[in-house]
Unconditional design. Structure first.
Length: 82
């Protein structure tokens, strides 16, 4: 069995069809059903250091915002970009 306090997260698969003028394409997606527990803006995170970082650069209003978000972690391997 699993250790105490360990909760398994099982993947979920769904399928749908995309119709174009020429053909129909069936798409199958598998993902983990996760919702973020909390998040904060790049401004609030300034002067913070995090070991692992997940950043969403799509909402960045400037290159400086991208830089700030990407500089939270010390190593590139510790950053995941959505």
């Amino acid at each position: 069995g699993l250790a105490e306090g360990v909760v398994p997260i099982l993947s979920v698969t769904s399928s749908f069809v995309v119709s174009t003028n020429a053909k129909k394409i069936q798409v199958r997606c598998t993902q983990l059903p996760l919702l973020p527990d909390w998040a904060f803006t790049d401004f609030k995170a300034q002067r913070s250091f995090m070991i692992k970082v997940v950043v969403d650069l799509t909402g960045a209003k400037s290159l400086q915002s991208n830089y700030v978000m990407l500089s939270y972690a010390s190593y590139l391997k510790d950053i995941a970009i959505l």
